[in-house]
Design a protein around this ligand. Structure first.
Ligand code: DGJ
Length: 568
């Protein structure tokens, strides 16, 4: 499909798009309802609602360039479905949809929607507009080549960089026009079927290696007063501000007016806060233009800080913990600030992004066995809306089918995340219900050095430890393991996880002090429901003294139902 402007869709194209909206080669298109996907506060958490029902994103993000070619994607879709993903995070580049100014080509977008539907998958589109990993490598050639009209971030010696300046109205408005046209098109082709459920606006923004833009426009904004919208937001939300941000403001006298350096002090961190405001206001404008056409939930993603890195060594101006409040004040059209967590300290970063006012979505993370363990933690302990390892098309998707018969032995073949998603997709209705009531918890053992972790849920405290003797893939199991607990009664839990671990139970409320294990039943998913297998009250669990999670639970698609009792 070539060079169609925003308002001039030929009849045959509309007919094709209508067809895509109803036709499904495999898996049915979701029934058409009027409401687009949206975020909703439900009980203790915020959930993504798709077709009127809460939805857990069991996702994976493609390599940056995979989605630019439908032919390249063709064999990938079924592999992603085989790994039990329900959602694919797929880039859509500005240069792809607007190769000539004002002339739009949505052939790739339409093909991505069709490919997803044929494989019963949803999509999160990643808008690679003005910025991708701080650079502007995905802007169209007509933007790249015209640095007069579309100015760049500059270094202090006045040289341009390969980054559009966030201080340019021309840059902002050109991006917003393209993004709005994309969203209008997504609504046209998908407003009924809701294959596209969320959108990331730009990608890992910020400045490197300087701590801020040094162009004349940036210098003028830096010397000007901190916008009153920001200081009044800070005053109104003072108690709820992220503590590290409030500390910076208070250390400089909690000023309500003044230049950026007067309000926040003279440091590279002030440059970071200043750039955060600038990126956030620009991106808010782009997101608002898109939402005016089709109001899907929208988020921005953050490249996280490595220990001891300074602004400019990390993306200065990104949606990082120090500047979460600035992003919230400047970008009300952005629903979520989302961390790309490649760090070993996965749980710590999750906790930083569930602070008041933000709900968690993890658009990028490590895959492999580590990703599998982290997924159980994120859904159980921090009620993430979704989890999505990066480079999902490089995961080994062969044989990711938990054994149809209980009793299979050996090491799972294929991607560990596929096994994790097999279990999580089967538990999803229960997980979603328990996220709203708070009757859910998880722990993750994050490295060999971490021998145990403890969590309380209901009347019990669970201690999850490394087993003395590892079973299955010992090296993976020793590296990272997790356990997810779903409370299904006062004395009953469903337990699932990844890797090898041993669970013990203790009382956490007054009453009879000693906890015994009444029974442990393995359960398998069969015919659309969990059905009991063996009762494991013998050697398997040290005669009912512990619950053992085994590395081959994933291969077998096994979870456990544990019943407890108390005595003195
Ligand atoms: C983070 C970026 O957001 C992704 O697009 C990709 O470049 C990865 N890094 C590569 O690790």
């Amino acid at each position: 499909m070539t060079a169609n402007t925003r308002f001039e869709w030929p009849a045959f194209a509309l007919a094709l798009l209508a067809f895509i909206g109803v036709g499904q080669a495999r898996g049915q298109a979701p029934a058409a309802t009027s409401a687009a996907a949206n975020l909703e506060k439900r009980g203790a958490t915020t959930q993504l609602i798709v077709d009127g029902k809460p939805f857990l994103i069991l996702g994976g993000e493609l390599h940056n360039s995979s989605s630019s070619s439908l032919a390249y994607m063709k064999p990938i879709w079924p592999r992603l479905a085989a790994m039990h993903l329900n959602t694919v995070l797929a880039p859509v580049a500005w240069e792809t949809i607007e190769p000539e100014e004002g002339k739009f080509d949505f052939g790739v977008v339409d093909g991505l929607v069709q490919g997803a539907r044929e494989n019963n998958l949803r999509l999160v589109f990643l808008w690679f507009g003005s910025w991708k990993n701080t650079y502007s490598s995905y802007v169209p050639a007509w933007v790249k080549g015209d640095t007069q009209r579309f100015p760049r971030v500059q270094t202090s010696d006045g040289r341009d960089t390969e980054r559009l300046s966030p201080f340019s109205i021309a840059n902002r408005d050109a991006d917003a026009r393209a993004f709005a046209t994309l969203m209008q098109h997504v609504k046209e082709i998908d407003g009924g079927a809701h294959t596209v459920v969320m959108v990331q606006v730009e990608n890992e923004v910020g400045i490197i290696p300087d701590s801020r833009d040094r162009s004349a426009a940036a210098n003028a904004a830096f010397a000007a007063e901190v916008p009153a919208e920001l200081t009044s937001y800070m005053q109104q939300h003072r108690v709820a501000l992220v503590p590290e941000f409030r500390a910076i403001w208070e250390a400089n006298g909690s000023k309500m007016s003044g230049s950026w350096e007067e309000v926040f002090g003279k440091s590279a961190l002030t440059d970071d806060l200043f750039m955060s405001w600038c990126y956030a206001t620009y991106i808010d404008h782009v997101a608002a233009a898109g939402k005016a056409e089709y109001p899907l939930p929208m988020y921005v993603n953050a490249a996280l800080i490595r220990p001891n890195y300074q602004p400019g060594q990390y993306n200065s101006g990104g949606p990082l913990p120090n500047s979460m409040d600035i992003w919230r004040a400047a970008a009300p059209s952005i629903d979520l600030l989302s961390p790309d967590i490649y760090s070993d300290e996965f749980a710590e970063w999750c906790q930083k992004y569930v602070r008041p006012g933000n709900s968690l979505f993890i658009p990028e993370a490590r895959g492999g066995a580590e990703g599998a363990a982290n997924a159980f933690y994120a859904f159980g302990q921090v009620s993430t809306i979704g989890f999505s390892p990066f480079a999902i098309d490089s995961e080994d998707a062969t044989s990711v089918t938990p054994a149809p018969e209980p009793g299979a032995t050996g090491r799972p073949r294929g991607a560990p995340i596929g096994y994790a998603y097999a279990t999580l997709s089967r538990l999803a209705p229960l997980i979603l219900e328990k996220q709203t009531t708070g009757e859910i918890a998880s722990v993750v053992l994050e490295g060999e050095a971490q021998r145990a972790a403890r969590i309380s849920l209901g009347d019990y405290t669970m201690t999850v430890s490394r087993p003395v003797k590892l079973t299955g893939d010992a090296s993976a199991a020793a590296a990272r393991a997790s356990a997810l607990f779903l409370q299904t009664g006062p004395n009953e839990y469903i337990v699932a996880g990844s890797g090898s671990a041993v669970v013990t139970f203790a009382a956490s409320t007054p009453g009879l002090p000693i906890v015994g294990i009444e029974s442990i039943d393995e359960e398998f998913f069969d015919g659309g429901q969990w059905v009991p297998g063996r009762r494991l009250n013998g050697d398997e669990n040290s005669q009912g003294q512990v619950l053992k999670l085994n590395a081959d639970d994933a291969l077998q698609g096994r979870i456990y139902r544990v019943r407890l009792y108390r005595y003195r």
